[in-house]
Design a binder for this molecule. Structure first.
Ligand code: NAP
Length: 492
């Protein structure tokens, strides 16, 4: 006889105390699941907002929407918050919702194994300790493993080198020759901040990005007072931000007129800020807007035109002890190299050594490609839920909004598991296959699949990071989805 709930068995073990792990814990506790353990590799909560502390770090989604709908903050300083204020928000949530007693910090999950007979996960932390949980919730996010390109000589560099997500604040940048490799969303935020201190700063750009104006501003005291006093005012503001962003979604369908108008907006921004035709040419992308992530900045183009900044578009050939050598043979001396080269975005939870039904690992299950059901469940891994998993990223709206929909979907399943006394539930291969066939067909009309090279895609060219539709489309579908897609295994 298998018991559905054992003493000492956790209701859920959550991997990661970032914004999705915290959200899952809040919703689980609200539904009466108290036996929770949140395992976090770093020394605090906040995930990406704890890791990405580079100068100028901030979010390009307005904070009234980039925050939980049920936990508004009326006194955001700016429309687009800086890293510190966002981290403070998640710290506040951890305290307010009494999650700190569930945290196991400075600890890595090193493996997890599912047992069909009991319907329980045994999760190993730090390579030694074992924890048993009914549900395994993976809140790793898509952007947590820094990626370094395979450039010859990378380790031979005699100066100091670090990744943007592991910023070395102890390294004095003033008066140094700095080589910034990568010109993505992170780089456009720190380059304007560090350029004034550098003796000489060289930006190595492999591909230009479409950049839209940021137009940030501080909220006035009156606005903040109104947000605090009148919840309807704050809600209207949040809805307004969501609606504006959502209205951009048609621009992500290939060949749409909205795509054309958004491209014009980006071109006008470039023309307004960069007068030199040669520099403009170097900064003009040759792919559809939205295919790679659209960047938002008012100070990146001006920073590139400073007297001590150079933009190099010749590809990096190798690193030598004293700097960077390009394929064209140009040598750029550097004291510091900053790798703004993004993240390993294609493996999702696979590096965690998770073994599901029959001992099959996630890496084996996904050897032909990463697939999931609404990014949350994947067949063969019962009682396992991923947040910000495969095909849940967006190009146009707030990830926090998407995460709330994922957690609502997950809660529907976990509550059904409890109420129907299920030992486990597992998405059927047929349902997952049907869903992914539809998703990839829908993706075909989307700019993400229009031919550029981006972190949205796996090596085979399949878009595995992004959702193909609107954020409202995702919410509607996950609300309608139910247990029909699942094999339900009852407890004896
Ligand atoms: P990223 O957007 O993936 O950019 C990586 C950069 O490194 C790209 O310019 C890439 O060039 C370049 N690169 C990679 N390998 C290279 C090589 N061998 N030689 C030269 N350049 C190379 O990474 P990120 O800037 O860290 O941003 C990652 C994601 O984090 C963003 O897309 C966004 O979703 C999120 N983010 C958000 C914000 C925000 O809200 N404001 C801020 C930062 C990050 P190619 O384009 O040619 O590949």
């Amino acid at each position: 006889m298998v018991k559905t709930v054992d003493a000492g068995v956790l209701d859920a073990l959550i991997v990661g105390a970032g914004m999705s792990g915290l959200l899952a814990a809040i919703k689980l506790r609200a539904a009466g699941f108290e036996r929770l353990l949140i395992v976090e590799k770093s020394d605090g909560v906040g995930g990406t907002w704890r890791d990405n502390v580079y100068p100028g770090s901030g979010c390009d989604v307005p904070s009234h929407l980039y925050s939980y709908s049920f936990e508004p903050r009326p006194d955001w300083t700016y429309v687009f918050s800086r890293q510190k204020e966002i981290l403070d928000y998640f710290e506040h949530c951890a305290t307010k919702y009494d999650l700190r007693r569930h945290l196991l910090l400075n600890t890595r999950v090193t493996g997890a194994r599912f047992d069909e007979a009991s319907g329980l996960w045994t999760v190993t932390t730090g390579g030694r300790r074992k924890h048993v949980a009914r549900n395994l919730i993976v809140g790793l996010g898509q952007l947590n493993v820094p990626a370094f390109p395979d450039i010859p000589g990378r380790d031979s560099f005699a100066g100091i080198a670090f990744h943007s997500a592991r910023w070395r604040h102890d390294v004095e940048l003033a008066g140094k020759n700095i080589a910034c490799i990568g010109a993505g969303a992170s780089a456009v935020q720190y380059i304007p901040e560090i350029a004034p201190q550098a003796k000489w700063l060289t930006v190595f750009q492999r591909t230009p990005n479409w950049i839209l104006p940021r137009k940030d501003r501080a909220y006035s005291d009156l606005e903040k007072r109104w947000f605090a006093r009148y919840p309807w005012f704050r809600k209207v503001h949040r809805f307004h931000i969501w609606a504006i962003l959502e209205s951009r979604f048609p621009a992500f369908r290939t060949g749409s007129w909205r795509s054309w108008t958004m491209k014009r907006m980006a071109q006008r921004h470039l023309e307004a800020q960069v007068a030199d035709p040669e520099l403009r040419r170097k900064l003009t992308p040759d792919y559809a807007i939205g295919c790679k992530r659209i960047l938002v900045s008012d100070d990146y183009y001006p920073a590139l035109q400073r007297g001590n900044v150079d933009l190099v578009t010749d590809l990096v050939a190798r690193i030598e002890p004293d700097g960077v050598v390009t394929r064209g043979g140009r040598r750029v001396k550097a004291d510091v190299i900053i790798w703004g080269t993004g993240f390993d975005t294609t493996r999702f939870a696979a590096p965690l050594a998770i073994a599901g039904r029959g001992g099959r690992t996630l890496a084996q299950a996904w050897s032909g490609g990463v697939e999931a059901m609404y990014g949350v469940t994947t067949t063969g891994f019962p009682n396992m839920f991923m947040l910000y998993g495969p095909n849940t990223n967006l190009g146009h709206n707030s990830i926090v909004y998407m995460m709330e929909a994922q957690v609502a979907y997950m809660m529907k399943l976990i509550e059904a598991q409890r109420d129907r006394k299920l030992r486990w539930l597992d998405v059927t291969p047929e349902a997952q296959e049907r869903f992914n066939r539809w998703l990839q067909q829908d993706m075909a009309g989307n700019v993400f699949a229009s031919g550029c090279d981006s972190w949205y895609m796996s090596a085979s060219g399949k878009v595995t990071a992004n959702w193909s539709g609107s954020s409202w489309g995702y919410v509607k579908r996950t609300r309608a989805a139910g247990l029909d897609d699942y094999t339900l295994e009852k407890a004896d």
